[in-house]
Design a protein around this ligand. Structure first.
Ligand SMILES: Cc1ncc(COP(=O)(O)O)c(C=O)c1O
Length: 453
């Protein structure tokens, strides 16, 4: 077992997060419920911001909104002086509604639509991260049409891809994101960005993966990018001002996970930039990083209520909860593993092995296989840990489940920041036209007369 942030076991043996009893939270707000430990999110923001500022003053931390975004999170991130990565018109809209400064938004995505680009140009977004030549051309023409200068950063594939404990280094990466170095696309995009009247070429970006536990791929990526900055200067005479190294730091989902300390990661990438800058006699670029998971992930927990309990003799015991793949897609999507606690009896030592399943109509809707939990009864509250990133943001209405509420907890106070969806919300955008059966009959406002409308 492990506890994160402000979590503790209270005198009643129950889980407490942000000074709030988890079983009480479940009763008060219902389940499934996303609970975010606000103090831990702020602590993570501060650790990134302050450490980076100390090591490398010309820097900016941007929170990757795709990990977990709603209006309250935008406000929190703004208060913590972080910039914000947005990856869609919906994320831009949410952030603007929350009063987030547009000039501190960085617009990502591999297929921004013309409408999204116009929306971003009109709102005055700080950076456009162009992912392809085709997108760059679209951006150049829309910026000219709108008579607005778009500040552009180019997303480059540094030829390093890392996930969890593995990384690969290849010359030619088969990834849908970014511009290739080896095939000359990245350099061609630089020239295009420099030539376009309404584009301001600001710098380069790369992102090598997510939930990474090794430091070496980050060092390599930083080095490759600095070498490319040198190549750009030698071929075009232009000195790149800005380098964004993306996100990717791993977090703890299981007790045995060992994420690296943020400080070591920041020391390594800043030292690499400094070494490479002196090797190539380049000025130090402005450095940006974009953590998502490592800001929000461990700060989030999901509370569920246990329902049906099924014993499959000789095989397994299944406890079904009132959520599942609709609020946490990651186990079904890519086999992600999580830790679960009995929120009412955290330290109970009398454990049994159970599988925690969701309630969606999919056999793959299993949250945790072979969890060790005290014996459960219908109505018990379970807490799945480290669900702060890529859970709420990936939630769906499959089976027409309303999406759960989100609360921020801090100092014994719980603040509802996203209301639970209602059944009415589920049908809000549904339309009910008069439909005809194949035989042409059925209810039809035109009655027996032929309808020409
Ligand atoms: C461009 C970019 N930046 C940042 C991130 C955030 O990564 P993480 O949540 O692993 O820190 C992602 C995640 O996919 C990304 O695509």
């Amino acid at each position: 077992m492990f506890l994160t942030g402000t979590m503790r076991v209270n005198r009643g043996g129950r889980l407490e997060i942000g000074g709030c009893d988890a079983v009480d939270l479940a009763r008060r707000f219902g389940t499934p419920l996303y609970v975010l430990d606000e103090a831990l999110v702020r602590q993570n923001c501060t650790a990134y911001r302050e450490t980076l500022r100390r090591l490398y003053p010309r820097s900016q931390v941007a929170y990757a909104g795709k990990a977990f975004l709603n209006m309250a999170m935008c406000r929190l991130v703004g208060q913590e002086e972080l910039a914000l990565d947005v990856a869609s018109g919906g994320e831009i809209y949410t952030a603007l509604k929350a009063g987030f400064a547009p000039e501190k938004m960085i617009f990502h995505g591999n297929n921004k639509t013309p409408e999204e680009i116009r929306q971003a140009l009109r709102a005055g977004l700080g950076r456009f991260v162009a992912d392809s030549i085709s997108e760059l051309e679209l951006l150049a023409s829309l910026a000219a049409e709108e008579r607005k200068i778009a500040a552009v950063v180019l997303r480059v594939k540094p030829g390093i891809e890392a996930h969890t404990h593995h990384y690969i280094q290849t010359g030619q990466l088969d990834s849908k994101f970014g511009l290739g170095l080896a095939d000359g696309q990245a350099l061609a995009a630089v020239c295009l960005a420099l030539d376009a009247e309404y584009l301001e070429f600001c710098g380069l970006h790369c992102h090598i993966g997510s939930q990474i536990f090794e430091l070496e791929p980050f060092r390599l990526a930083a080095a490759v990018m600095m070498d490319f900055i040198q190549e750009i200067r030698s071929k075009t005479g232009v000195v790149v001002r800005e380098l964004n190294l993306g996100g990717g730091a791993g977090i703890r989902y299981l007790p045995e996970d060992t994420p690296f300390p943020v400080q070591r990661y920041l020391e390594l990438i800043t030292a690499t930039l400094q070494e490479k800058a002196s090797e190539h006699n380049l000025p130090l670029p402005l450095l940006l990083i974009e953590p998502g998971r490592s800001i929000a992930g461990e700060a989030g927990s999901t509370l569920y209520t246990a329902g049906a309990i099924k014993e499959i003799p000789g095989i397994r015991k299944i406890v079904a909860v009132d959520g599942g793949m609709t609020d946490n897609l990651r186990p079904a999507l890519y086999g992600a593993k999580y830790t679960v606690l009995h929120a009412g009896r955290v330290e109970d030592r009398d454990l049994e092995v159970v599988t925690v399943a969701g309630k969606a109509c999919e056999s793959g809707d299993v949250l945790i296989r072979d969890a060790k939990l005290p014996s459960l009864a219908r109505g018990d509250v379970l807490a799945v840990l480290s669900t702060g990133a890529y859970n709420y943001s990936m939630a769906s209405n499959y089976n027409r489940f309303p999406r759960p509420a989100v609360v921020f907890v801090r100092d014994g106070h719980a603040e509802l920041v996203v209301a639970r969806e209602s059944y009415e919300d589920l049908v809000r955008n549904d339309l009910l036209p008069e439909l005809r059966t194949a035989a042409g009959g059925g209810s039809d406002r035109c009655g027996s007369q032929k309808c020409t409308a």
